[in-house]
Write a protein that binds this ligand. Structure first.
Ligand code: HAM
Length: 673
């Protein structure tokens, strides 16, 4: 049996047929709508999909009433499927407005039903993002809503080249009408004709206008020459102050088809004019009073933004991401005697926040592997029993960037133990993120180390807290002999993997306080992003012991700048969600501590500019590589990522955000104090 015309079936991607809709794209759209609404401080509400018919016959206007799916229910009530959300919102707000501080800022994503003539961009069911403000007469609210609409469109990657908000005024048209026609009962019919001017033929419009006593020419002249009203000018000024002027233009072709609008109105259109309106809204100051039978009088305004045109537009502009099952991990069960242990591991991984799938029934290994790839799993994990009878887990990446199979990576015993431990440290995702997403260091740092700190071919360098090897690699590239001192196992192993090709690299399981290096064996000691973790007194003693006479110490930090809107928002996110950000933030290190470390020797310092541009994956990885970022399973983890996505959506330019850093270097000699 076929589905009803104008309705959609939503399937997970990849889509089985061009004639069906994407459940993944729908979720993607909903996520962006929610994220941007929350950025603007809107709270989510919902109402029933069925309402009394009367709710719409009161004030929505004849057009939408003509499109209602309505019927008499078994109790004899006249009811309708909701064709729009605004009357429901007016009813809900009127019922409990006293419990909410004004202005009320609410959003919803209802599915709406209209028996419309089917055409491009218009179906008989659609999802509509509604954002409304109640209880505010000031035009600042109108501008706030339009800004939200613009930022929502921008969060999908659309730019001023793609869309424009046409701003108009029901008041201006009402005045136009009143000056020429004393019969206010004809006003709604007049608005309807103006609303359809662009879609109807000039002849049809002229005839309809003639009947009401208007000429098409005077209408066209008003549209082309009408100056912005004072209220529109105020909205434009507010938007210009936000840097959003280029997204809006005054356009009196817009009047809005619904009957209840009272003031500024607006619609979003694609710039090429290929699609129907993307979104529309405006002020409706009288609706709450009308729907509450005069009991509650609340000014209100809002917009509705459907998913149908938006989807078509994003598809046409190539702005939809590729969707897959977004699995973090597929567990291969090749040895059926390990199925129970595998199930146990799978449950552990899931409770740590990883999306994991596996074959429910025994299957050939290559079939399981193929399925892992089809599902887009970023890794596979397989349990094996070692010759000593212990369980160990092997992790593989099913494909590399070129889509070929990855060489299986064998992780050390400690790493496998970590994986099986009941701990969110499994996969040491922090380490992976560290490797991929930590900022590097500027070329000027190498020059400084060469000129001032004795970095030269053959020099012996101890890189303390060498971690995943970011600075170490720079030193090795300058032909130094480098000892990477790193106490953290997974970090050290990541460094070893990165630097496996450098014969001059020596990985050492040691600490700053006990490096294991020989007395007076080192020309230069570096510590990048690490000094704040050390016990300064013991470290000092150890450094004096291992440094050659005249040897140098360089303490290095990438200090993320916190000025500018994006950096400030990121900083607030860290303060809100970081487990102990305020305490471990290395910015808390004071120069006095450094001075007393070098004392009695003098030390010098340098500030070198550095930057890191990232896409959303990069920004997420960058955040998760920080020790204060809550891990999967922590209650702050998901909310933090959600907010991060919203933050990215707001601040990205061409899909990238940039962190600016100062690379700070404090350097000098050390002598027994
Ligand atoms: P509307 O102009 O009727 O306004 O609809 C707003 C948006 O919903 C349209 O711009 C379009 O994106 C989408 N839409 C409407 N009808 C269809 C359809 N048949 N198929 C697909 N998409 C459709 C309202 O509904 C107002 N209640 C909006 C509002 C909220 N005003 C104040 N607050």
């Amino acid at each position: 049996m076929d589905r009803l015309p104008g309705f959609r079936d939503f399937y997970p991607e990849p889509l089985p047929h061009p004639n069906v809709a994407s459940a993944d794209a729908r979720q993607y759209i909903f996520d962006k709508w929610r994220a941007t609404a929350r950025l603007y401080g809107f709270r989510e509400y919902d109402g029933p999909p069925l309402e009394p018919l009367e709710l719409y016959t009161t004030k929505s206007g004849a057009e939408i009433v003509g499109q209602l799916y309505n019927f008499t229910d078994k109790g004899g009530r006249e009811i309708a499927l909701r064709p729009e959300m605004t009357p429901t919102l007016a009813r809900m707000a009127a019922a409990h407005e006293r419990n909410y501080k004004k202005p009320i800022k609410w959003f919803a994503i209802p599915q709406l039903f209209r028996y419309e003539r089917q055409q491009k961009g218009r179906l008989r069911e659609h999802f509509q993002f509604n954002a409304d403000i109640l209880g505010e007469t000031d035009l600042a609210a109108d501008a706030e809503l339009i800004a939200l609409l613009i930022d929502t469109l921008r969060s999908f990657g659309l730019t001023a080249a793609d869309f424009v908000i046409r701003l108009s005024s029901r008041n201006a048209w009402q005045e136009f009408f009143n000056q020429r026609c004393p019969d206010s009962s004809k006003a709604y019919a007049f608005y309807q004709i103006i609303d359809k001017l662009e879609r109807d033929s000039a002849d049809d419009s002229r005839k309809a206008l003639d009947q009401l006593g208007f000429s098409l020419d005077e209408i066209n002249s008003f549209i082309t020459t009408g100056a912005p009203t004072a209220e529109l000018a105020a909205i434009l000024q507010n938007l210009a102050a936000r840097g959003l002027a280029e997204f809006v233009s005054v356009d009196y072709r817009v009047i809005r088809g619904l009957a209840y609008y009272t003031g500024p109105v607006f619609e979003a259109f694609d710039k090429k004019g290929e699609f129907r309106a993307i979104a529309g809204g405006g002020r409706y100051d009288g609706l709450v009073k009308l729907i509450s039978g005069g009991k509650v009088d609340l000014p209100a305004l809002g917009f509705g933004f459907g998913d149908v045109v938006l989807f078509e537009l994003l598809k046409e502009r190539g702005l939809l991401p590729k969707f897959d099952a977004a699995l973090d991990c597929f567990c291969l069960i090749e040895d059926e005697t390990l199925r129970d242990d595998s199930l146990n591991l799978i449950q552990d991984l899931r409770s740590a926040g990883y999306a994991v799938d596996y074959s429910l029934t025994p299957a050939k290994s290559d079939k399981q592997f193929k399925r892992a790839r089809e599902l887009g799993a970023t890794r596979t994990v397989i349990l094996e029993r070692t010759s000593a009878g212990e369980l160990s887990a092997k992790i593989k990446k099913p494909r590399n960037s070129r889509g070929k199979n990855h060489r299986p990576r064998r992780y050390s015993r400690s790493f496998r133990r970590n994986l099986l431990m009941r701990s969110t440290e499994r996969f040491s995702s922090r380490v992976e993120n560290y490797v991929k997403y930590r900022p590097g260091y500027p070329a000027a740092l190498v020059e400084l180390l060469q000129r001032q700190c004795g970095l030269a071919p053959g020099a012996v360098v101890a890189d303390i807290g060498s971690g995943t090897g970011i600075l170490t690699e720079l030193l090795l590239k300058n032909d130094a002999m480098v000892f990477g001192i790193e106490p953290n196992g997974p970090m050290r192993e990541a460094g070893e993997r990165l630097l496996a090709g450098y014969p001059n690299f020596h990985s050492v399981n040691g600490t700053a306080e006990a490096t294991t290096l020989e007395d007076h064996s080192v020309d230069l000691i570096t510590a990048a992003q690490a000094f704040h973790w050390f016990n300064a007194a013991k470290t000092r003693q150890e450094f004096v012991r291992v440094l050659k006479p005249g040897g140098r110490v360089a303490l290095i930090w990438n200090d993320r700048k916190t000025d500018g809107p994006f950096q400030e928002a990121y900083e607030s996110l860290l303060l809100a969600y970081g487990t102990d950000y305020a305490q471990v933030n290395h910015r808390n290190i004071d120069v006095k501590a450094i001075a007393s470390f070098f004392s009695p020797n003098p030390f010098a310092s340098a500030t070198l500019p550095n930057a890191q541009s990232m896409d959303l994956d990069g920004l997420t990885g960058r955040l998760l590589s920080s020790s204060y970022a809550p891990e999967p399973g922590h209650p702050n983890h998901e909310p933090m990522l959600r907010d991060l996505r919203a933050l990215f959506a707001t601040h990205q330019v061409s899909g990238q955000v940039t962190f600016d850093y100062d690379t700070l270097v404090y350097f000098g000699g050390l002598s027994a104090g």
